[in-house]
Design a protein around this ligand. Sequence first.
Ligand SMILES: [Zn+2]
Length: 284
Amino acid sequence: MKKATRAVALSILFTCACSSASTTPEDWAKVKTPAPGDPNTIGNYTNGCVQGAEKLPDSGPGFARYTLRSNRGFGHPNLVGWLKRYSLQLSENNLAVIIEDLSQPRGGPMPGTHESHQTGLDVDIWYYAPTANELATKTPAQVLKLTQKSMLGQDGRVDPKRMTQQEVAKIKAAAQTPGVERIFVHSAIKVYLCKTEKSEKPEDRAWLRVIRPWKNHIRHFHARMACPPDSPDCEVQDANPEGDGCEEAMDRLTKGFPTDWFDKSAKPELPSSCIDVLHAPDPS
Ligand SMILES: [Zn+2]
């Protein structure tokens, strides 16, 4: 091979290797269909993707999707199935939820705010929602006119007029669902939930272990499902600390968070099989 030709060949090789290994959030956002194949979650919640995702309908018994970003209504079937069952169960007591972002059709990083929501196992759910009967009368355009409500008052603590027994019941029902591994809420909200659970029995307080104190999350909670059994390449997270985590929540509220928890400098490459998921042809 001549020197010049070899240089061109090498540069093509190099270019191809580069473009297949790195992707941008916009690449993932452009794709409108799930990757074909059996459901499979790959990687971890902040660096991964999903094959065989399902779309959550825009509405159903006890729920409506807030469809401002309509391309973010996809999840592993475990997540979508749970959301339908959970909402149906709430609707039997005339409660409902407004569901915002799940994942993009093939997961992956999103342009904008979310660090996680990459593997079809995360979902944001508003604390506030109209009753199930009211919500059932609303069109998608009317749902888009609703606004999230902060659960905190001016003093930075939970306002019980906003976070009523109904909001608490919705969070508790989610936390008691097998397969829901973590629910992120603002630290002040976890402290409040700890106080409203009057029982001292460990078994009655077990649901609080699932509730994780976090920053923000004053208008919606973030529920995260465990790695599905059908997904051997899904990275399992550490288990939540033992106990109800109420002391830790008070510490987070008063002392804040270790800064290295939010260090974004070392961002690993996506798992290489996610590149195949991104480029898989649409099912015909
Ligand atoms: Zn979220």
